[in-house]
Design a protein around this ligand. Structure first.
Ligand SMILES: Nc1nc2c(ncn2[C@@H]2O[C@H](COP(=O)(O)OP(=O)(O)OP(=O)(O)O)[C@@H](O)[C@H]2O)c(=O)[nH]1
Ligand SMILES: [Mg+2]
Length: 303
């Protein structure tokens, strides 16, 4: 492992710290984290509430080290125990960061965004990432939108980006790094994340569930990694998808097991890319009624 401090150019001006990425569900927080660190670490989908855990992705360059903290989308209203746990993850992440990156969608500042704005810790530098600018029908609408946000939030910087395409993500990274405190790196220069491979194995399975199953079912599922064995030439992984009802199980498995096979194959490919090695993956499906409202079960699942 590279010793801490290896990447330091001028030790006196190196900046480092944590930057929380927050926002309402589905604005592109995880897509942005992946772009900022240049690796597919955090799972994404077109459905809201894809991210359920805090995930840290670390970028180290010659001048700075930033640990980006991806968070679940902050949910309005009363949800189940899982939703409450996800919101707690957001507020906890905000309590321990040096910079906040508030992600909003270009041209759409809603009541749910306003709820997130109320959580912003006052003394922490705020950078607003105005995402999905590629979707703006009218270019001319951007300037008044930025002016409105500037007046509402008084951020240190406002950066229009398109996370999916990578547009202006480098400028955003610069703005974030310049807002970090001057201090030596907190993590070894080659460390990419604070999560282990076992965690990512479960997340990649969850991503495929979000991408391959209908609009309701992903919210009724969770994934448990039962076994993660590092063999000399491959990783042997056993996982279980928990569902809420027997009818869900039939949908996840699909006709003659086809859907489950697709989920497992696609998830295995993601794992092999991140782990840079072969994976043998087996996935089961089990019914656990009411898991998303069961505090003990949620704790076992790491929420
Ligand atoms: N057009 C466009 N789509 C984007 C952009 N960034 C993200 N998306 C899409 O927006 C959707 C949501 O992206 P995510 O990164 O999962 O959003 P999130 O904020 O992490 O969502 P939650 O974890 O559910 O809160 C996905 O379909 C992304 O591909 C962008 O710059 N332009
Ligand atoms: Mg996300």
């Amino acid at each position: 492992m590279t010793p801490v401090g290896d990447a330091v150019a001028g030790a006196g001006s190196f900046r480092s710290g944590h930057a929380a990425i927050i926002g309402r569900p589905n604005v592109g927080k995880s897509t942005l984290l992946n772009r900022l660190i240049g690796q597919r670490l955090s799972i994404t989908s077109r459905k809201p509430q894809t991210t359920r855990h805090r995930i840290c992705g670390i970028v180290t360059d010659a001048h700075a080290q930033c640990a980006f903290v991806d968070t679940p989308g902050f949910q309005a209203g009363r949800g189940n125990a899982l939703a409450a746990a996800m919101n707690r993850t957001v507020t906890r992440a905000l309590a321990e960061v040096d910079v906040v990156v508030f992600v909003v969608v270009a041209g759409r500042y809603t009541e749910d965004d306003e709820r997130v704005a109320k959580l912003l810790p006052k003394p922490v530098p705020l950078i607003v990432a105005v995402n999905k600018v590629d979707r703006l029908a009218e270019r001319s609408a951007l300037l008044p939108f930025l002016q409105d946000l500037q007046a509402r939030l008084s951020p240190r910087a406002l950066v229009p980006v398109a996370a999916r395409q990578g547009f202006q993500v480098a400028s955003l990274l610069q703005e974030i790094e310049s807002a970090l405190p001057v201090r030596p790196p907190l993590y070894p220069a080659d460390q990419l994340t604070d999560r282990d491979e076992r965690f990512f194995a479960g997340e990649f399975i969850r991503e495929k569930i979000f991408r391959l199953l209908g609009d309701e079912l992903p919210y009724a599922t969770a994934v448990v990694v039962d076994k993660f064995e590092q063999m000399p030439k491959l990783r042997r992984i056993h996982a279980t998808i928990l569902v809420d009802k027997p009818s869900h199980k039939a949908i996840v498995v699909g006709e003659s097991g086809e859907r489950l096979k697709t989920i497992a194959t696609q998830a295995r490919k993601e794992m092999e890319a991140l782990f840079e090695g072969k994976v043998f993956l087996r996935v089961w499906v089990k019914v656990r009624r009411g898991w998303a409202d069961d505090a003990a079960q949620l704790e076992r699942l790491g929420y």
